[in-house]
Design a binder for this molecule. Structure first.
Ligand code: FES
Length: 160
């Protein structure tokens, strides 16, 4: 005897189809969510977001009155360290303070009037050139300007 739409077997199949579709949807959604959760960090790693440091940057490093001759200090230049030096003769110089060897931060040594990298004893002159040690290149020079009224001058460091 052929089954009719009202037979019990046909009615069970009709009831199971929406349930099966619903379970398939839940499993599919779970699979897609898991795949997205795994792919998102990989994608962010491979394609980092745009941004970072702008090509041009200008920072007030200090008040001129606070930078006596034969001193130097590190300051934040964007998201990197920079070094402002006032030579024994009173000239202002600024450098990217990241050593060209293995990226340690350099510092000014007043006793020798040189820039020193403590990591591997790299030495730079006050033009940023390599004197000795393993650094392969000179330090990047930054532009220094003094702005403001007399007695209130600020030392502005920029990269063009
Ligand atoms: S990191 Fe500066 S000398 Fe090695």
């Amino acid at each position: 005897m052929p089954e009719t739409p009202t037979s019990p077997a046909r009615a069970d199949a009709a009831e199971q189809t929406p349930r099966r579709t619903f379970l398939d949807s839940i499993l599919g959604f779970g699979f897609m969510s898991s795949a997205m959760a795994m792919l998102y960090p990989v994608t962010r790693y491979l394609v980092p977001p745009p941004g970072g440091e702008p090509a041009t940057l200008s920072v007030v490093a200090a008040r001129l009155a606070n930078v006596p001759p034969n001193t130097g200090f590190v300051f934040n230049f964007g998201n990197r360290p920079a070094l402002l030096v006032r030579t024994p003769e009173g000239e202002l110089r600024a450098f990217n303070a990241t050593c060209t060897h293995l990226d340690c931060t350099v510092q000014y040594r007043p006793e020798t009037s040189q820039v020193w990298c403590a990591c591997h004893d790299g030495l730079f002159d006050l033009g940023g050139g390599v004197v000795s040690g393993p650094p392969p290149r000179a330090l990047e020079r930054l532009t220094v300007q003094v702005r403001g009224e007399s007695g209130q001058e600020e030392v502005v460091v920029s990269r063009d």
